[in-house]
Design a protein around this ligand. Sequence first.
Ligand SMILES: [Mn+2]
Length: 465
Amino acid sequence: MILMEEFIISSVKDTSNGMQLCTLLGKTQLQLYSAAIAEPLDIVAIRDSKSDLQLEAKDITGKKAGMQDFESTITTLVSRAEMHPLQKTGIKPLDEALSSMEEKLTMLARRIMLSFISGSPIMIRFHNDGDGASGAVALYKAFEKLAKETRLGTSNCIWTMNKGVAYTLQSLSYDRLRLSPYHSVIKPLLLITDFGTLEESETAIKNAQDSMDIAWLDHHPVYDGFDSGIVHSYVNPWLEGFGSDVTAGALTCAVAGMLSGIRVKNLTKASLLSDHSAYAEDEPEPSELAVIMDAITTDASARGSNVTPKNIITTIEDESSYKLVFTQAKSQMDEAVSKGMKYLKARKAGNATVATLDYSHISENYYGYVRHGRFTSIFSDSVEAKFGPSITIVYNKSLASIRVSKELSEKLRLLSLISKMKEDTDYISNGGGHNEAASVKLEDEYAMSDFLALLYNEIESRLDD
Ligand SMILES: [Mn+2]
């Protein structure tokens, strides 16, 4: 007697060679190419799931599985793929924050696992900086490990570096287009890391609900009226009593660690450094990783091309590319910072120093890694090293980027200062961030000198008290 084993088809991907790649679920999960036309929920009977064969028309029984059968099959398989414990980073306040969010992170990881095992598409969109990239690289490594363990491929994982901070209708239509080769029982999953929490994303996020589930990891402040309830999972430290110092990269690395057990400490630390989190510690390997990921993502954004975690890993693992990218980025920034130190104008406010720099001195000569916001953060470290507690203002046409030393931030309350100025004047179009790092956009660049004069007054009066 020939033993036949039954499987349910959970997902089908049309490939470019006219074949289908099918994910089959039974006592185990496997993927097979098929020359015959298969559809989700088709029941197939094959003789030996362990030998390397291709699905044929005779294997498709013509029977369809019911949703209940499908659900109990996938539930058993997913629960067999055990979650790994939440890893400690060794940074106490960060570990406390992460463990208080453990339940939500676990739920999100389980949703990813459901898609992974069922072969349904997982679209990962990450912010185009070192924080977003660190999470994406960690997830990529996690999927590679899971693929080995489950004998599944990763061709259902689609990577996009998101240019900008919103999830737009354009992003949504592009994502929908890319779902077209996939047919799956489990809804496609969109995983967003390190961007999107702002009003500009609302319409696209709402419209996405009919074609995809959304799992979302962010650490940008939530705005009034933000409703996280419409997406499948949303994890943000601002909703859990913490703030932006808990990076999206740290959250995403935690999820990647739970999914696969891969070590995520250095990537987590790189994300903290890249975003200038208060938990960042200057260690050689994570610092270099942060610079490299920042440089690769910025460079690709400038050229309008996509970067995948695989591209990043290739650079990191090749010694000469690693050195080249790192040295170039580092020397550009060092040069720009020392130039900035020459051009800055310093004034006193109480015991603090206010350092102001016109970014046009810098922007003309540097491209790529040196960017206004990133420059301001690194520049402010040099200002602080020279002048002690300080406020660093770097303005570029109508945009001012402001950094405040830790010991001054409580007294200065930068965010409330900005909102007061916004009420008192008519040239501030928007401003935000947090009390140690914020930016202000003016209606036009000619208002900058008025803005700076008023800002100095406000700073002086707050720091004099
Ligand atoms: Mn971030």
